[in-house]
Ligand binder design. Structure first.
Ligand code: NAD
Length: 428
């Protein structure tokens, strides 16, 4: 029976720890945040992820899943999996302080696992540096394996059991086999390569998906100028199997904890290496501009936003998660507040403890967020918003009853019939 340490109980680490415990491995999850541990040992997950709570409770009951703040508890374990955060710095560079701290702790506690598995997204080339700096001494026989994570928040458990592929990067076939053996009952192609290439797969995948989003947003912006409608355009383009329909929806652009920081991180790395990644720069710029375009659409209908009451529906960066990191909704709210608007907002799930004191009114439901508003912005396409009693919402609002459908998720014709002034993204 393999004993595994997972470092970091965030979205990636906690999912990995719970799923590995379900696969009958003995797992200890090391988390530096004692408050998180206090919740986890009681069977409470510190963020929302469908199905994770049940897996956590099952893991605790089986006694195969344990939590600790103490790295010394990893001593003697075969596999150490790193899933700590790699956020962005202001200049776009990846903040690797959490990774370095883990590597220092591994050295300090003389842990010497057989394999160190890097699940965190790290810039291509970092693994080789970490190997030389922290693992290269004659006594340490730890093999380094890059195993980038591709899960989507909101579908993380499903993505663990049904990934499109498992990517493993490393020098030693035995170490790669050992890591492969952790993915029990998962029938996905395993693609093996060197460490730096595995690191690049993760960045290239996210950069490509971000490119698809910015591309369709640009086509949408052009649609507005020529009088076309992005919804049927994107639908028909996506039917081409060479293109595919995913990530091909015009709207407020991408957000979340991965695409923004990973595109910036790859752009920074390119510049550092002397390459100007023009395509990626444009993807990032289009994404930033998409939020501003949304605010401009509001100004086009309302004139000055000063003193206008604007409701925002949705704060998370997408539905089915509580994650508000780099959410388009929050960026738009900042713009609105800067323009002097009074903002009300509602989200069914957002982790509001992470909201830095922004000066807007957080409401308990969509109807109160809409009450008295000149305009409403649909920022996150939660099903409960799509299925709202829009007739009742309209009656709560005031002229010009503007609805900015930032996700093109509402029926424009129905909204007009109900008395709204409907504005979408990429359509007249
Ligand atoms: N969230 C996603 O959807 C997703 C998907 C794929 C890949 N990734 C990547 O996976 C990594 C983790 O992402 P996340 O969203 O789970 O991050 P997160 O910020 O939610 O979680 C990281 C956790 O690690 C803990 N931690 C940090 N340093 C530690 C240390 N020295 N010892 C113990 N615990 C420590 C933090 O307290 C936190 O709980 C990142 O590199 C990210 O880019 C994330």
């Amino acid at each position: 029976m393999k004993r595994i340490a997972v470092i970091g109980a965030g979205y990636v680490g906690l999912v990995a720890a719970c799923c590995l415990a379900k696969s009958k491995f003995e797992v200890i999850c090391i988390e530096r945040d004692q408050d998180k541990i206090n919740q986890l040992v009681k069977g409470i997950i510190p963020f929302y992820e469908e199905g994770l709570q049940e897996l956590l409770v099952a893991g605790l009951e089986s006694e195969r899943l344990k939590f600790s703040q103490n790295f010394a508890d990893c001593k003697g374990l075969e596999v150490l999996m790193v899933a700590v955060g790699t956020p962005s710095q202001v200049d776009g560079r990846v903040d690797l302080s959490q990774i370095y701290q883990v590597m220092r702790d591994i050295k300090h506690y003389d842990l010497r696992p057989k394999v160190l598995v890097m699940k965190s997204t790290v810039p291509p080339g970092l693994g080789e540096q970490l190997k030389k700096r922290f693992l290269a001494n004659s006594e340490c026989e730890t093999a380094y394996v890059s195993n980038p994570e591709f899960l989507r928040e909101g579908q993380a458990i499903k993505d663990w059991y049904f990934p499109d592929r498992i990517v493993l990067g490393g020098d030693f076939p035995k170490a790669l086999e050992l890591v492969e053996s952790l993915f029990i009952n998962i029938s996905a192609p395993v693609v093996k390569m060197d460490v730096t290439s595995a690191e690049m797969v993760k960045y290239a995948s996210n950069a490509f998906l971000a490119t698809k989003i910015s591309f369709i947003n640009e086509i949408g912006n052009l649609c507005e100028l020529v009088g076309a409608d992005i919804t049927p355009v994107a639908q028909a383009v996506g039917m081409d199997r060479r293109i595919g329909d995913q990530f091909l929806k015009a709207g407020l652009g991408y957000g979340g904890s991965c695409f923004p920081k990973d595109t910036r991180g790859l752009d920074f790395l390119s510049t550092l290496k002397g390459h100007t990644f023009n395509l990626l720069k444009a993807v990032i710029e289009v994404n930033t501009r998409q939020r501003i375009l949304a605010v401009r659409k509001l100004c086009n209908s309302l004139g000055s936003l000063h003193g206008k009451k604007i409701g925002v529906l949705g704060l998370t960066f997408k539905p089915d998660t509580d994650d508000i990191r780099e959410s388009p909704a929050l960026e738009i709210i900042k713009f609105l507040l800067d323009e002097g608007a009074q903002v009300t907002a509602y989200d069914p799930m957002a982790n509001i403890s992470k909201l830095n004191s922004m000066d807007f009114n957080l409401c308990l439901n969509a109807m109160s967020a809409a009450s008295g508003c000149h305009a409403l912005v649909l920022a996150t396409e939660w099903p409960e918003f799509i299925n709202l009693d829009w007739g009742a919402v309209q009656k709560e609002m005031r002229e010009p009853f503007l609805i900015l459908d930032g996700r093109n998720s509402l029926n424009a014709q129905n909204m007009s019939v109900l008395g709204f002034q409907y504005v979408g993204m990429g359509k007249l």
